[in-house]
Design a protein. Structure first.
Length: 369
């Protein structure tokens, strides 16, 4: 299967404003899904991003739960419990490399910081690791302990690269108190010097960006042409979190643009997706009986009434947009069968009839152009 090229951002924005390509010959991609297997472990599957939503199983066996990224045309699976970073060729479905970082570290994310070089974050380490994707050589590159809470760990989460800077979520979970410790932070690393960027030189010590919301999680997003980073600073159930905007140039938070305190996000706001600067989609969860609810939102304006989809008994970890088809994809593990659904990114209408069965409970998603 040939690898597809990315649409230019301007063309993608135009297609999205018109509801996508429909039946035209515009490029579409594949959504790669991490699939949890009943026997334990995970595998990967790929779903075509237009009808008839063809599914391709990779046959690759991965140890435990994984999160996914696409780096240099390869799918990279981060083994949360196994501590292994696995590099997969998605055209041949072959494992090109498997790099052990450390099973006791509880890996969180991987980000490409230079050709062939990635950073790896780990929940149970105060170090940010630098990984050579070809050789597997790994070293502790940045010490994040200055941002730790009382248990000595800052609990770094997902990452995003903007030019020569790397942004890292700092969750600050105190294992002794069994609670998140305010404030939640977004640390910044200068990738040319491999040093922490002091976001507030007037204050003593090295400062990170202080967030208004609670502990951040999930993948962060910057729309093409925008200088605002958006992230889900939502901590746990029934706290004062929400979707937060961060100014990438000023290195400061612009505050919450969607607030859980408004009472329109159930017990906990989770995955979100901006499709334009002022609108997007989010999923929130309930607590007494776990369920996940898809709604549209606007900035400003907040969460819109009118539920677009609900899944019972499952947590939705990610929403992924394919600009070429104007569809976004939601994993639903509440089956059987379990799989993913496609939605119109302009109207929120569901495009799939029956769920697209991926052979197991879907977890993280990435778009493979």
């Amino acid at each position: 299967m040939a690898r597809r090229s990315l649409l230019p951002a301007a063309i993608a924005a135009l297609l999205l404003s018109q509801g996508g390509c429909g039946d035209c010959d515009c490029p579409s991609g594949r959504v790669v899904v991490a699939v949890a297997l009943d026997a334990g472990g995970s595998t990967l599957a790929a779903v075509e991003t237009r009808e008839p939503w063809g599914v391709e199983s990779s046959g690759i066996a991965l140890d435990g739960e994984v999160s996914l990224r696409v780096l240099e045309g390869r799918v990279v699976a981060v083994g949360r419990g196994s501590g292994v970073v696995t590099v997969v060729d998605p055209d041949r479905w072959t494992v090109e490399a498997a790099h052990p970082i450390g099973g006791a570290l509880h890996l969180e994310d991987v980000a490409l910081v230079a050709p062939g070089v990635a950073c790896v974050s780990a929940r149970d380490s105060a170090s940010l690791f630098r990984l050579d994707l070809a050789t597997g050589a790994v070293e502790a590159a940045v010490d994040l302990s200055v941002f730790a809470d009382a248990d000595g760990l800052p609990e770094p989460g997902t990452m995003l690269v903007d030019g020569s800077r790397l942004f890292i979520q700092i969750r600050r979970w105190n294992a002794d108190a069994v609670a998140f410790v305010a404030p939640a932070l977004l640390a910044v690393v200068d990738l040319e010097t491999w040093e922490l960027v002091d976001t507030d030189p007037a204050a003593p010590g090295v400062q990170a960006i202080e967030l208004e919301g609670t502990a951040p999680r999930g993948k962060m997003q910057v729309l093409p042409g925008s200088r605002l980073l958006h992230l889900s600073a939502t901590g746990g159930f029934f706290d004062a979190g929400g979707i937060e905007a961060v100014d990438l140039d000023a290195l400061r938070s612009d505050g919450l643009v969607i607030r859980e305190a408004d009472g329109l996000t159930g017990a906990d706001l989770g995955a979100f997706l901006l499709v334009e600067p002022d609108r997007g989609f989010l999923v929130f969860s309930t607590d007494l009986a776990l369920s996940s609810h898809l709604h549209a939102f606007r900035i400003p304006g907040g969460v819109e009434e009118g539920e677009l989809y609900v899944s019972v008994g499952t947590f939705v970890p990610e929403l992924v947009l394919d600009p070429g088809t104007g569809s976004f994809f939601l994993p639903d593990g509440g089956g059987p069968p379990a799989g993913i659904h496609a939605f119109d990114a302009r109207t929120g209408a569901r495009r799939t009839g029956a769920i697209v069965d991926v052979g197991g409970r879907p977890g993280d998603l990435v778009l493979l152009p």
